[in-house]
Design a protein around this ligand. Structure first.
Ligand SMILES: [Zn+2]
Length: 359
């Protein structure tokens, strides 16, 4: 990826956007899309939708969700300690000792999730995490003197995220909180930009790049955006489980390597004609992909898009991801570049009125 794309990715990963609080990141997305798309709009739900080649056929919707998992303030006690609930599915095993950034109305407030010293714990307390139904045992310390002091700075209902921006690891790999699914937003935006750039190449399709909201709390943004756009084809770009690190068994999720290329899913959520079109485009352009078999409907925006209106031909382009829903999700930027290339090539290969009916 070039310098400006890399900077866009860095900004996406640096901007807090817990589900329901996506305004800041959508401003970043709109800026990158303006000039590339024919039109960029934001709907009442918060989805940012950019269209290219309006009036073309088939109508294709690309969705990457811009929201991230996080925490939300539920209670402040007399001493000024802040209690919270989860937004989406962060793992309580990772919460102890984390730094957090509370998105308060008056600006960001920093805090830490405290814990009793290990020295003072009994033998059977030591090294034990906190269970999902015991979140009331955890609290954020913002340095407040008491409840009144805390409430001058934060309010019940303020969202928060871990203070874990992007760092660069070896071999073009990056770590950050919420690569899920900033990398999907990155891919759909860059794919639209690539299609807008390809001057001489014919483009039949009408292409929508959607930065969808509230995926982590029930695929809600994609549901309303797909209803409005009424696409023929819907492709969700989201992170998928890499199985090339300790603790994940390829026998369970398949063989998926970081840097091995985008993941192409197969199963009931995937339209077979679209699946083949993506695989053919990958082959033709020598893009490595990794196939994943899914016996159920994976929790991505494709699940919502597929059953919109009279039905949509859907697929998932997956970005291999280590440590999903922890503060240190790892992806390979090579996979992002390959996913952008694959989407642009696949969409260019679509014929006017392309028939996706499985026969
Ligand atoms: Zn996701």
């Amino acid at each position: 990826m070039d310098k400006s794309a890399r900077e866009f990715l860095r900004q996406l990963l640096a901007t807090p956007s817990p589900s329901g609080f996506e305004q800041k990141i959508q401003a970043v997305v709109r800026k990158r899309l303006s000039g590339a798309a024919d039109e960029v709009t934001t709907d009442v739900h918060g989805n940012v939708m950019a269209v290219l080649n309006r009036g073309g056929s088939p109508r294709v919707m690309l969705a990457g969700h811009c929201d991230e998992i996080g925490l939300i303030v539920t209670h402040v006690d007399d001493k000024g300690f802040i209690y919270f609930d989860r937004i989406g599915g962060p793992d309580p095993a990772c919460m102890l000792g984390m730094r957090v950034r509370i998105q308060a109305d008056g600006g960001e407030v920093l805090g830490v999730i405290g814990k009793a010293p290990i020295h003072l714990e009994s033998a059977d307390q030591r090294g034990k995490g906190v269970k999902i139904d015991e979140l009331e045992k955890l609290y954020v310390d913002i340095g407040a003197r008491d409840r009144k002091d805390a409430l001058k700075r934060v309010a019940v209902g303020d969202p928060m995220v871990y203070d874990e921006g992007m760092i660069e690891l070896a071999n073009g790999r990056i770590a950050a909180r919420a690569c899920d699914d900033r990398v999907g937003v990155f891919v759909v935006v860059e794919a639209l930009r690539a299609l807008a750039d390809g001057k001489g190449d014919k483009l039949n399709a009408e292409v929508w790049a959607v930065s969808s909201v509230q995926e982590e709390v029930g695929l809600r943004g994609a549901t309303t955006a797909a209803y409005a756009i009424a696409p023929d084809v819907g492709i969700a770009v989201d992170v998928g489980f890499a199985s090339d690190h300790p603790g994940v068994d390829p026998k369970k999720v398949g063989e998926v390597k970081l840097g091995g290329g985008p993941m192409l899913h197969r199963g009931a959520n995937i339209n077979p004609v679209l699946e083949k079109l993506l695989a053919d485009a990958a082959k033709k352009h020598k893009i490595d992909t990794q196939t994943v078999g899914e016996g159920r409907i994976p929790g991505t925006d494709a699940a919502a898009m597929q059953v919109t209106q009279r039905g949509v031909a859907t697929a998932i382009v997956g970005v291999p991801n280590r440590y999903m829903h922890t503060p240190v999700e790892v992806v390979s930027t090579d996979d992002l570049d390959a996913a952008v290339k694959l989407l642009a090539a696949a969409i260019r290969s679509m014929k006017k009125n392309h028939d996706f009916t499985p026969r």
